[in-house]
Design a binder for this molecule. Structure first.
Ligand code: PRP
Ligand code: 7HP
Length: 181
């Protein structure tokens, strides 16, 4: 195990099984429709890549990137778009794909931003939720796991840009991020 890791919270097999079930549920709910899956860069890429491959309905993908408001100043709730969608989503069935919902500020902002473009529908699929950290209420239509308030990395999730390549979702040792989170 990587020396910066305290323990594995969700092992790769458990993640794969949950992603498979999410894919089955989403495919059933969207039967007869075509999904435009919008991944939120960069954390969602691993999850999105796996989710895509278990969907049985037609799916296109696009990406959006937002600036982090910085966890230290979460109360501002200010989110800035760094890369917007390539194509119009008007009239499309959009599935917004996130790796983690923490304060809810990013998702809240993104939902408003996307809804203002009149999609036919907008649902949210998030792999992880930390409900104890929530500052604004946000609805998650498809959720992988609800987790406690511990800083996790791996399977796309980072700390300071690192650890995204770890195949399991792991709790990062406190000493690594203390003072910087
Ligand atoms: C993470 C995550 C969400 C956001 C959730 O992104 O991917 O977008 O934080 O936090 P919130 O609910 O408190 O708003 P991050 O800013 O770490 O960027 P990344 O995806 O590039 O790692
Ligand atoms: C964002 C984020 N990124 C990685 N790990 C966590 O636990 C996180 N919470 N919010």
């Amino acid at each position: 195990m990587h020396p910066d890791i305290e323990r594995v919270l969700l092992a790769r097999e458990e993640i794969q099984e949950r992603v498979r079930l999410l894919g089955t549920q989403i495919s059933a709910d969207y039967k007869g429709k075509e999904i435009l899956a919008v991944g939120v860069l960069k954390g969602s890429v691993v999850f999105l890549a796996d989710l895509l491959r278990v969907l049985t309905v037609p799916v296109e993908i696009d990406f959006i990137a937002v600036s982090s408001y910085g966890k230290a100043s979460a109360s501002s709730g200010v989110v800035r778009i760094l890369k917007d969608l390539d194509r119009s989503i008007t009239g499309r069935d959009v599935l917004l794909v996130e790796d983690i919902v923490d304060t809810g500020l990013t998702l809240n902002y993104l939902k408003e931003h996307l809804l203002s473009q009149q999609p036919a529908g907008l649902r949210v699929c998030a792999l992880l939720d930390k409900p104890s950290r929530r500052r604004v209420p946000v609805e998650i239509d498809y959720l992988g796991f609800s987790i406690p308030d511990e800083f996790v990395v791996g399977y796309g999730l980072d700390y300071a840009g690192r650890y995204r390549n770890l195949p399991d979702i792991c709790v990062l040792r406190r000493e690594v991020y203390e003072g910087g989170r």
